[in-house]
Design a protein around this ligand. Structure first.
Ligand code: MN
Length: 249
């Protein structure tokens, strides 16, 4: 199983979750919400060879942690994965929109200067603005829109811009999410949980809850779960190879 967007460092017992991932053979991308969390998270997973760490600055923290942009740029050469980054257009986040936009654009510019990164991107209620920023920073890398919740016209625009998508149990538990997933190109879909923020069946999502996403994608695509898993594995392999990364899976 592959959890391409989870916050491993934010579980109450992160080491236990990392151990469980190892024993289940799960591949995970541990995203961070601040540049200052990157070193500690890297240390947390240093013995887990199926886990990678992404360097992020979450849009919700754009004002509070804008001062960490310098640290972000310092650390960037040490990782191929960036996230969680993006924009959030929810009413309570709009109050610091200027900071969000500044941080996101500066990160995209840094990724472009670095030759491109694999980026996991938050776009809640701001898909148009996220796509506008990506369009003005072509060459920043491969964007993976995580937990996409926009409309279908924007989804088509995202596909044209080369975006990938990561979908999880919380998104796929609703009719809207399943309809969107059906419109995503199958060769650009990965699975995620967004744990511990997301919930599955009333409990905090753990990386192994990706299993539910595999089953639901099987229903949406009308194929069995094993075939979904194979597609997702192939996708991750192709994604990393396209950046000439050492084989991850
Ligand atoms: Mn997240």
């Amino acid at each position: 199983m592959i959890d391409f967007h989870c916050h491993l460092d934010l579980y109450p017992e992160p080491r236990a979750v990392v151990r469980e991932c190892a024993s289940r053979g799960i591949y995970a991308l541990a995203v961070t919400t601040t540049p200052s969390a990157w070193e500690g998270t890297s240390e947390l997973v240093s013995e887990a060879n199926r886990i990678r760490v992404a360097l992020g600055l979450h849009p919700e923290l754009a004002r509070e942690r804008r001062s960490e942009l310098q640290l972000f740029e310092q650390l960037l050469p040490r990782t191929r994965y960036v996230g969680e980054i993006g924009l959030d257009g929810s009413p309570e986040m709009r109050s610091f929109w200027t900071d969000q936009k500044y941080v996101f654009d500066r990160i995209l510019a840094a990724c472009r200067s670095a030759g491109g990164k694999i980026m996991t991107i938050h776009s809640r209620r701001a898909v148009t603005e996220v796509l506008d920023s990506l369009e003005s920073h072509l060459g920043a890398g491969t964007p993976i829109l995580h937990w996409y919740s926009g409309g279908s016209r924007e989804l088509a625009r995202a596909v044209d811009l080369g975006c990938w998508f990561s979908v999880g149990p919380a998104m796929l538990s609703g009719e809207k999410g399943r309809k969107l997933a059906a419109r995503m190109p199958r060769d650009r879909v990965l699975t995620e949980t967004d744990g511990p923020f997301a919930m599955v069946d009333g409990h905090t999502a753990f990386p192994w809850d990706v299993d539910f996403a595999l089953a639901t994608l099987g229903d949406v695509w009308e194929v069995d779960k094993d075939s979904v898993q194979k597609t997702i594995d192939d996708n991750l392999r192709r994604l990393t190879q396209s950046w000439q990364h050492r084989s991850w899976i």
